[in-house]
Ligand binder design. Sequence first.
Ligand code: M6R
Length: 614
Amino acid sequence: MCGIVGIIGKPNVEKELLKGLKKLEYRGYDSAGMAFLDKDGGLRILKETGKIVNLEEVVLAQDIESTVGIGHTRWATHGAPNRDNAHPHFTDKLALVHNGIIENYKELRVELSAKGYPFRSETDTEVIAWLVTDYLNQGLKEFNAVEKAVARLKGAYALAIIFNRCPDLIIGARQGSPLAIGYGEDAMYLGSDALALSSYTDTLCYLEEGDLFFMKKRGAKIKDKHGRWVARKIKTLDLAQADSDKGDFDHYMLKEIFEQTQTIKKTVDYVFDLKKKTPKDLKDILGFPAEIDFRSLKKITLVACGTSYYACCVAKYWIEHLAPISIEIDVASEFRYRTPFMEEGGLAVFISQSGETADTLAALRYCKKYGQKILSIVNVPESTIDRESDVSLFTQAGPEIGVASTKAFTNQLVILLWLAVKIAFEKNVLKEEKQDKLIQTLKDLPGLIEEGLQDSKKLEVIASKITHAKTALYLGRGISYPIAMEGALKLKEISYIHAEAYAAGEMKHGPIALVDESVPVVCFAPFNQLFEKTASNIEEIIARKANVILISDKEGLDAMGDKIENRIEIPKTNIFSEPFLTVLPAQIFAYYVAVLKENNVDQPRNLAKSVTVE
Ligand code: M6R
């Protein structure tokens, strides 16, 4: 979490920093700040709590003439989101911004306080500022002081530091938190990700773990973790990919929900290579990747967090439905602290929109240590998870800005469906009629999604009936169970209504005690072989006077008749299309509840888009 930017050699640096910070606001929005060097060499710091607009107001009211500065947007870890804890942290010699967590900050703080350094904040970050200052006070040059300081840090950090006596210098480091250097004309840039740098340049290099660097306006030099000066590969960024605005939509989330028709088409084309082919049979479209021997695979492990984890849950149903293989799924933050048995040569799959989630990355490294082949499904090429994987597959969702993940999820599902099919195909167990059904489903998917997005206004009406609710239940059976979990997550993160998902059949084992007329119950029940069972569970809930919202196809809605007032019709589904079509109303429903409650839909409280701390 937290986003950092740095600029050297550019006039109106404060305005430029604001541009980059706005692109990084999705990483945290508890407070924002910047530091720059005045024309007379003095350090100036501006910070505000809350969103970047608050900082912007203060910055634009100042008379600033500077070409070097650093900026930060914060998601609070240590210390409340107030101005003292906001970055940059500073001393009489330097100002510093940090993304990550310093685990040994308490010992360092005791040591530095004993030397008389006056701490102002409750953060872990401030120890770095005073540690570097201490080495400067001992007579070390700026680069050596930073090198010595970072050698003492335990934990994760992306750092950028400016110094009051060095008008042409930014020093920084990367360990466990991402950082990239951007190359401009007579100016250099720094950013937590390519999105931030896209405001300035299309030419960049990603720093590697353990890198330490300094930059001046005409270039940068990087030292690797072994102390060698190195050149990192410079790449050109596809700025069209990096850029994103809301267009005519009120919120990014709504835009991203409606983008699913096109993005899913792109991911289907990408993964099944459909652009070049009109498949008749699956061997036409299941060409890659050569690096994984799916035929001999006995076990597959899928790990992720949040929404990406629910994509794993859906995949489990598909893979089990299609192929004889043992499959394990878990949330990353639990997986790595168990001792899961993994036979050498197994396949571990990691799913992440950002490609930077710290828990997922730690689980990936754990699996690597135990000899697993690593396949990742990420939305951000060149992210850390991509770069540490043996094979990466890329969802073609484009930048997802809304903190509540929507299009990333359905695009992950496309690749996971491909994975299930690929395994079954390679293991020679895919029956012909299933092949036909699959090919047809894939071809139909974008059209079905478009159809599924038609009824969104009706969802607004139903949403208006539950804005007062304190708690909601989400129920589903089979492959709709993970969609119930995803739907509940969407509702809680943006509407702040407590929402709990259950497998429909579990209700009678306890949770039904929660049900009364004040509890909305969202039921996912397409008309399939499980429908009758779910319908009985719904009857049990109706009998307890709950307000049922039923998401089903025409046959399902007809079967329930007028017992249910709040009905959302989705197109007819099969096991492959079901999760795509049931999740759409869940996304739109949560969106409208949040809008009607006048919540900040794109930046809900306490959350950040990219969770780079464990
Ligand atoms: O970037 P990732 O997919 O690794 O992120 C995982 C979760 O943090 C993320 O899905 C989170 O749960 C979203 N806010 C859900 O909407």
